[in-house]
Design a protein around this ligand. Sequence first.
Ligand code: HSE
Length: 346
Amino acid sequence: MTPPVTVCRVILIGFGAVGRGFATILAQHGERLRRQSAIDIRIVAVATHSRGAVIDPSGIAPDALLAASEQPGGLAALPGAATRAPLDIIRTTPADVVVEATWTDLVTGEPAISHIRAAFAAGMHAITVNKGPAALALRALRDEAAACGRFFGFEGTVMAGTPSLRLALEALEGCAIHQVSGIVNGTTNFILSQMEHGMDYAAALAEAQRLGFAEADPTGDVEGFDAAGKAAILANALLDATLRPEDVARQGISQLGAADVAAAAAAGERWRLIARVWRDGDQVRAAVAPTRLPQSHPLAGVTGATNALTISTDLLGDVTLIGPGAGGVATGFAVVSDILALYRRR
Ligand code: HSE
């Protein structure tokens, strides 16, 4: 007998690369997902800050959303178009999950933190792919979710849909983790890889922006802020720390030029931007820095927007995970993965 299908109504906040990636997955694979999981994921509202909103309680066709977002009029051309603000839509639209996919602010975490709190206040679960809330308020938001019996998913904040946090928190539960290190920023890894093939820095950055890897302000990538935010998330989620992004010793890649890349290559080495969080006695420390690695080092072979993390544990030694770390569909998959985890738990 086929199991009954559960409808999951989603309010999507933000319709940038990740929101569109999530809609693309539903448009192209929604039917398979429904068959595999018996969860029917329906977007019932999309709210953006500057490009309007659309609401349809029966579900908005994801392909229509994608097509409208390509047109000059944007979402306003769709039936159910509205001009209401995201918070208003969260407070008044019946749904099961709010997906926070607006731009990342690693200083205030807003407006994303307010969107998540509004979701809990309205009795909904919340999933963020936005790194601000996870880097700045993870413990508070997890506590608030637990207090109101709601799910708070943040898998997509590190390594996009590659299940780094779930691997550490669930599959490695029972191990003590003492260090996590690796490549957590796709844009800088893409730039460094392209520079190794002779492309100049500015052209490589422009290509990373075109491919949807870079932050809205790519300074966040190249100066290491994005990696520092992810290091704070890793420290807080996996080592039970309370670090803020500014507590992470940080150096980006903007000072690396073609000559540095060539010098490393001549010595049989490659530059990689390495993030590391580790226990140091009672403290947890974190750092992000460009590092020269021998070409034989496993992380030196990680190219493009691919990320890699080595989780160092007591019972299992080192466990290394390599996979996509940026991009619309790769991060949109993290939303799907969190939704499925939410219903598995229930
Ligand atoms: N700008 C980020 C990166 C996106 O390049 O890794 C994924 O968090």
